[in-house]
Design a protein around this ligand. Structure first.
Ligand SMILES: CC(C)(COP(=O)(O)OP(=O)(O)OC[C@H]1O[C@@H](n2cnc3c(N)ncnc32)[C@H](O)[C@@H]1OP(=O)(O)O)[C@@H](O)C(=O)NCCC(=O)NCCS
Length: 166
């Protein structure tokens, strides 16, 4: 399996339904435009039998990090850092949920960000756990910021270790 950049002439965005309207609308109306403007990038996992059908997607960009909402040790370590990689959205179509695709997409997003951080260093990966997906991300060891319940982070160092690097 591999993800590919969203291609509006190939992918049937209208068919996509993850059960959360805001995430459907983002894919259908915003994702392509935001990528064309270099604001975000959206990657698609296609159904191999019907590649125009979308199993799931995630959207990546950068975010500012508020050092004050991190544990003291990390505040000190990263005091000169300002940005983190952000998994802004991640969703799986209802017809494919519960079959491991969400987890696979999440790991794929981490690998992509890890790869990016090897060229343009940033110390954290942040996820926006919209609409009750907190537990999904906590399962993978992501931690909540002190002041933002629905935002979670993992240090690049921990991500690397979770892939058996370093
Ligand atoms: C959340 C979502 C991405 C999970 O995708 P999925 O393909 O159904 O999940 P998977 O089959 O890969 O599940 C992997 C594991 O996560 C668990 N899981 C799935 N959804 C979960 C949720 N919302 N909360 C907690 N755990 C969840 C599964 O039980 C499974 O655990 P296990 O390995 O112990 O059995 C998907 O349900 C979805 O798109 N939901 C709507 C949109 C959304 O909430 N997006 C995330 C926030 S932006």
């Amino acid at each position: 399996m591999k993800t590919v950049p969203l291609d509006k002439s190939r992918h049937d965005r209208k068919r996509f339904d993850c059960g959360i309207k805001a995430l459907n609308v983002y894919l259908q109306m915003m994702a392509n435009q935001q990528s064309a403007r270099d604001n975000t990038r959206t990657f698609i996992l296609e159904d191999k039998h019907n590649p125009q059908w979308i199993i799931g997607y995630y959207t990546l960009t950068m975010t500012t990090i508020d050092l004050g909402s991190l544990p003291l040790k990390l505040q000190k370590k990263h005091r000169l850092a300002t940005s983190g990689g952000l998994i802004a959205r991640l969703a799986v179509d209802k017809r494919y949920q519960g079959r491991g695709f969400g987890e696979w997409l999440f790991v794929d997003a981490l690998i992509r960000l890890l790869d990016a951080s090897n060229s343009v260093a940033f110390p954290l990966i942040v996820v926006d756990a919209k609409d009750g997906a907190l537990a999904f991300y906590k399962k993978f060891g992501f931690l909540t910021f002190f002041d933002e319940e629905n935002k979670l982070f993992m240090t690049m160092d921990s991500v690397r270790k979770s892939f058996g690097e370093k």
